[in-house]
Design a protein around this ligand. Structure first.
Ligand SMILES: Cc1ncc(COP(=O)(O)O)c(C=O)c1O
Length: 395
């Protein structure tokens, strides 16, 4: 158990890049983990090795199948402080949010509440529930900078008629990092299911599903988790799994499919665990890569990654504070900030175009430049961004 009173040593980014991210060297800064992060070498090696055995097909072994999934579920569970039995391996966040929308028990007359300006993956699955006539969806206005309004959201939940509250742990266009424990407590108190889209948090910001009393959490692997495209998972709280029947049913969800030598003795007996939400054959090779990526982050330490990312952002934030025409959209208080750092500066689109021309990779989201550094970035990467922004005659 690490001693919390001893600060962790900073990440040795040089060594990490050499080992896991060698292709970043010799290029302009890559600051776009909020869109896509690079795949570490160990993940690529795991995928390649799996595919190589598949090519030389006699080399495929039993360990390439179910144990590969078990290792991925275990890694995902460690990441969010869950049990592997509460993890379903899914292709993306949308699938996990739809799973919540379609399978969570919802009493008649109960509402669904989300904040305005959520990423669409955390909106349309709820709209679908409304279209089916199963619940009304209420969208709560944000503050002037587009961040969720915590007080108004809590007040909605406190009305006691909210069936499901859906929230991103970290907002994609402001980086607002929700107080999940506070929302979780309010949801538990008022009989509301708490559904969290964690894709912009996991891998950079610690998330503890138990402490935050989350009912369903969904993520994909390709952003801060540095995993392959088409990987991800949902956490479904253990006690809830039994109460939720999958609406999209894969043969793997049924106990009677486990024995492939005699699987046509059909019986409607769902597997006990969150595995019941997995649908059919998995992309085994990518799941193997996903485990590699998540284990790299766990070995590095999520708090350590967070501290590293905040330290990278700080000088840019300080420089922006001193600019008359800059607005920092992201909260900077320790508890509300995240790895997603958004700001406006003068003619923001022109500033972004200058970064783009210099091939510094970041994003333009909802009128703000979004910088998302990760464990592999250096102070030099952020320094280069500041250099470009400082030279306004070059925009
Ligand atoms: C908050 C949030 N949720 C979900 C997604 C992606 O959803 P999916 O994994 O279904 O593609 C993104 C970004 O693409 C996002 O920023």
């Amino acid at each position: 158990m690490p001693d919390a009173s001893i600060p962790a040593a900073p990440i040795d980014v040089r060594a990490l890049r050499e080992r896991e991210f060698p292709h970043l060297d010799g290029h302009p800064p890559y600051l776009n983990a909020a869109s896509v992060a690079p795949l570490p070498e160990r993940a690529r090696a795991a995928i390649d090795a799996h595919n190589a055995r598949r090519s030389a097909v006699h080399q495929l072994r039993s360990d390439d199948f179910e144990p590969t999934l078990q290792r991925a579920r275990a890694a995902a569970a460690r990441l969010v402080n869950a049990s592997p039995d509460e993890i379903a391996l899914l292709p993306n966040t949308s699938y996990g949010i739809n799973l919540a929308a379609q399978c969570l028990p919802l009493e008649e007359g109960r509402r669904i509440v989300v904040s305005n300006l959520e990423f669409p993956a955390n909106v349309y699955p709820w709209v679908q529930v409304a279209k089916e006539g199963r619940a009304r969806v209420d969208v709560v206005p944000t503050d002037a900078l587009g961040r969720p309004d915590e007080d108004r959201l809590l007040a909605e939940i406190a009305r006691g008629d909210v069936g499901i509250f859906g929230l991103s742990a970290v907002q994609f266009a402001t980086g607002w990092n929700a107080d999940l424990e506070k929302f979780g407590r309010a949801c538990r108190e008022h009989g509301t299911w708490f559904v969290v889209d964690a894709i912009q948090a996991l891998g950079c910001i610690p998330v503890d599903v138990r402490a935050a009393e989350i009912d369903v959490l969904a993520t994909a692997g390709h952003k801060w988790l540095c995993g392959p495209f088409g990987t991800g998972f949902a956490y479904v709280r253990g006690e809830l799994v039994e109460r939720m029947e999958p609406r999209v049913v894969g043969w793997t969800a049924l106990e009677s499919s486990a024995d492939l030598t005699a699987c046509v003795r059909y019986r409607w007996e769902l597997v006990e665990h969150a595995r019941r939400f997995e649908v059919g054959t998995q992309a085994w090779q990518d799941v193997a890569g996903f485990t590699g990526s998540v284990n790299l982050l766990l070995e590095t330490g999520i708090e350590r990654i967070r501290d590293h990312v905040f330290a990278l952002i700080d000088p840019l934030a300080a420089w922006l504070e001193a600019q008359e025409d800059a607005t920092i959209v992201s909260p900077m208080e320790a508890a509300r900030r995240s790895g997603v750092f958004c700001f406006r500066l003068g003619d923001t689109e022109r500033a972004y175009a200058a970064l783009h021309r210099a091939r510094a990779v970041c994003s333009l989201r909802e009128g703000a430049i979004r910088i998302a550094p990760h464990l592999y970035n250096t102070a030099g990467d952020i320094g280069r961004v500041m250099e470009i922004l400082e030279r306004r005659d070059g925009w």
